[in-house]
Design a protein around this ligand. Structure first.
Ligand code: MSP
Length: 514
């Protein structure tokens, strides 16, 4: 008896560990982490998977260039990918490596099923092949008839006798999927792209390789390994109990959101659902393709020396700004340009000024006017409190945009609230209230501000976990930040009277000159 789905399951692509991570890779993982933390805060039982894609010709070639075995290469580089997760405070629940037996055994099992039911057959195929993409292209897809459309580098001509998957057989099922579940591929433009690709007619695709042996062996024919993309895509189910633990599989599959970059859309929105349909499994609820991070107008990558390592930026701007910047600055789904200048501007304006100064100012006043004890909200709530309550409600409602992966919109609404608290402080002028001896009014003002800071700490926590924790601690809150759940956690009036606040270090200190 398998159990009902009870988990919000989200995935990142699994990365090729042929080199070190750059901020383009970190981008997908970061967005997934924010969504994972957001869903946890919203009360879901989340399972967040990431990992590394360790087989295939690309890895075999990189290993040969370094004079090590492919296994040695991936074992050496794997820790560096895990370091990236630690550096960025990624809260993944599992990390799968496709060289692990838990994966390879189940890949064989899945493919055996396709073979047994006649979905695989042998044929010879020849065509232009990009090793970096690990994919065949048609001549029409090449740039100037010879360059890979993604990497703009010469492709090779590859001829192999392979096992082929009857992809064409599933064309109608795929078209029906896109029509009946238009949310299956997001954003909309990507759905249209995939739909026209399938509508133009699908060819069967090769599912094995025999020219090299770095892969999962085809059980029924020695000398063949599965094509790395079949192996890789299956990680999304092998990691959650497929073929091993039907209870776990039932609770987690199908995935709720699979995040990918737009370069791997066809694999995830065409081949992957076709494989699942063939095996009689449910397809993911959504595949969301984001755009590229560009540097100087080019896709950031390791091959063209534009790769920037996340640690360079974290060292200068701090983790919270790193996480905030990429989600606030770039509309998720579109391409976006990273620049040092715009990151500096976001740091100064949104973080140091709007949020950091606000917290510092409020905590400073509670410290000096109230002996660092949160006062009871004595005076009457009036017009300024009502206006602030509106901003607060708008922020909580606006953040629901995270569910549509509109991080930019959600954060913009949250910052309207942060600005609203700043306006409130100016309007109420607690320093003047104190001077005038209006103690009840002063207490009302400061309580409202501290209460707002508590709400802000909760609401920024998916994006800026360090700043949220630091602010939470300054507010002297005893409960665990990470066990807070919406909507209660963001309701007004929950700041405990008498909590002992500390001003401490600035949340966002002045940036050192770069
Ligand atoms: N191993 C495959 C994915 C298999 S998933 C079953 C792969 N790996 S990758 O390491 O090359 O890329 C992984 C992800 O990083 C992709 O989603 C890709 O879009 C993303 N990015 C790599 N460079 C990027 C940018 N410059 N900008 C944004 N994302 C980028 O493909």
């Amino acid at each position: 008896m398998s159990r009902e789905k009870d988990t919000f399951y989200l995935t990142t692509p699994i990365y090729y560990p042929n080199d070190l991570p750059h901020i383009g890779h970190a981008y997908t993982t970061l967005a997934a982490d924010v969504l994972a933390r957001w869903r946890r805060l919203s009360g879901d039982n989340v399972f967040f998977l990431t990992g590394t894609d360790e087989h295939g010709q690309k890895i075999a070639q990189a290993a040969a260039e370094r004079g090590v075995s492919p296994q040695q290469l991936v074992d050496d580089i794997n820790p560096r990918w895990r370091d990236m997760l630690t550096l960025l405070r990624i809260s993944n629940d599992d990390f799968i490596r496709t060289t692990e037996p838990r994966h390879t055994a189940r890949v064989q099992q899945f493919m055996q099923r396709l073979y047994d039911q006649g979905d695989l057959y042998t044929a010879t195929y020849a065509g232009p092949y990009c090793v970096r993409c690990e994919a065949y292209y048609t001549v029409e897809e090449l740039v100037d008839g010879e360059l890979c459309p993604i990497h703009r580098r010469p492709v090779e001509r590859l001829e192999q006798e392979n096992w082929f998957f009857r992809l064409s057989k599933y064309s109608d099922a795929l078209l029906a999927l896109y029509d009946q579940h238009p949310d299956f591929v997001r954003p909309q433009a990507r759905l249209n792209e995939v739909r026209s690709f399938v509508a133009a007619g699908l060819e069967d695709i090769s599912a094995s390789r025999s020219a090299f042996d770095w892969g999962v062996p085809v059980p029924w024919e020695s000398g063949h390994v599965f094509y790395v993309w079949f192996d890789a895509l299956l990680n999304y189910i092998t990691a959650v109990g497929y073929g091993e633990d039907s209870d776990e599989f039932g609770r987690r599959w199908p995935a709720d959101v699979q995040l990918i970059g737009k370069d791997i859309l066809r694999f995830h929105a065409v081949y992957w659902p076709a494989m699942l349909i063939a095996a009689g499994l449910e397809v993911p609820r959504q595949v969301f393709a984001h755009g590229f991070l560009l540097v100087g107008g080019e896709k950031m990558g390791k091959s063209n020396a534009t790769g920037i390592a996340p640690e360079q930026l974290v060292a200068h701007f701090g983790l919270d700004c790193y996480r905030y910047y990429f989600l606030r600055e770039i509309s998720f789904g579109q391409d976006g340009t990273f620049s040092w200048e715009s990151m500096t501007e976001r740091y100064t304006a949104d973080l140091a000024n709007d949020l950091g100064n606000l917290a510092n100012r409020v905590l400073n006043m509670v410290g000096s006017y109230c002996d660092a004890r949160v006062p009871a909200p004595a005076g009457p709530a009036g017009e300024p409190e009502a206006r602030l309550a509106e901003d607060h409600a708008a922020a909580v409602a606006g953040l629901q945009a995270f569910d549509r992966l509109d991080f930019m919109g959600g954060l913009a609404d949250l910052w309207t609230f942060v600005s609203g608290v700043n306006r409130y402080v100016e309007a109420r002028a607690p320093w003047a209230q104190r001077k005038a001896g209006q103690i009840d009014e002063l207490h009302r003002t400061l309580y409202t501000c501290v209460d707002a800071l508590r709400i802000i700490a909760v609401l920024i926590s998916p994006v800026m976990p360090n700043a949220a924790e630091a602010l939470w601690a300054k507010l002297g809150l005893a409960e665990d930040l990470w066990s807070q759940r919406l909507p209660q956690a963001a309701a007004a009036g929950q700041m405990p009277v008498g909590a002992i606040t500390t001003r401490g270090d600035l949340l966002f200190p002045r940036l050192e000159d770069a």
